[in-house]
Design a protein around this ligand. Structure first.
Ligand code: AMP
Length: 199
């Protein structure tokens, strides 16, 4: 199946071509059409399967197609367990979105919070964050998640192993009730299934 049969817009297909990808991976073939339809998904996918493009591409498509905003509210939130993964996901949004006008902020601990606050103040459309630093921003009211349209939990089982489940539940309370939820996990222990059913 070629990429152009999945329903992605031209700016995204051009970015895919620039990356040199010829065909979608199995997770991309399954996830992209469902995410484009606005469905929630619960996907079993490990790193290396192309899962990042599997959610970033259709998210960028929908955000661009439904852009009614003059100001820049945060419209998409991705939570990851580690800084490295947060950076990789943010890079994917920037790479695949190179022909669109979205701004992405990556928020994780161990680096200056002030630089992150400055970036947030200028307006960003997409936030990729680790839970602890995002909660710091929420408690200091430097981030507003009330307009989030798509929420992604990446590597859910690793989040659980790293003890982030309570933080995640706290963060979810800041999101609007009506939103699209995308949950990726390599395995599905009981806590992940229960979180998925609550989402
Ligand atoms: P991920 O599983 O998201 O960490 O992606 C693993 C690697 O596969 C990354 O380096 C991507 O750039 C690459 N990749 C993603 N989708 C494709 C594709 N359809 N064809 C070839 N490479 C891809």
């Amino acid at each position: 199946m070629p990429f152009n049969s999945l329903g992605l817009s031209d700016p995204l297909l051009k970015a895919i071509e620039k990356k040199g990808y010829t065909t979608p991976s199995p997770i991309q073939e399954k996830a992209i059409p469902l995410i484009l339809k606005g469905r929630d998904i619960l996907a079993s996918a490990q790193t290396g399967t192309g899962k990042t493009a599997g959610f970033t591409l259709p998210m960028l498509h929908r955000l661009a197609a439904e852009n009614k905003w003059k100001r820049r509210p945060i419209r998409a939130l991705v939570l990851t367990p580690t800084r490295e993964l947060a950076s990789q996901v943010a890079d994917s949004f920037r790479d695949y979105g190179s022909n669109l006008r979205f701004k992405t902020a990556v928020l994780y601990g161990g680096v200056s919070i002030k630089t992150q606050k400055d970036k947030l103040r200028m307006g960003v459309d997409i936030v990729v964050a680790t839970p602890g630093r995002l909660l710091d921003h929420l408690s200091q009211k430097t981030v507003d998640l009330s307009e989030v349209e798509v929420f992604v939990l990446d590597e859910g089982d690793r989040m659980l192993d790293m003890g982030f489940i309570i933080d995640i539940k706290r963060i979810i309370k800041f999101l609007p009730y009506k939103r699209q939820n995308l949950l990726f996990s390599a395995t599905f222990p009981k806590e992940i299934r229960s979180l998925a059913s609550k989402l």
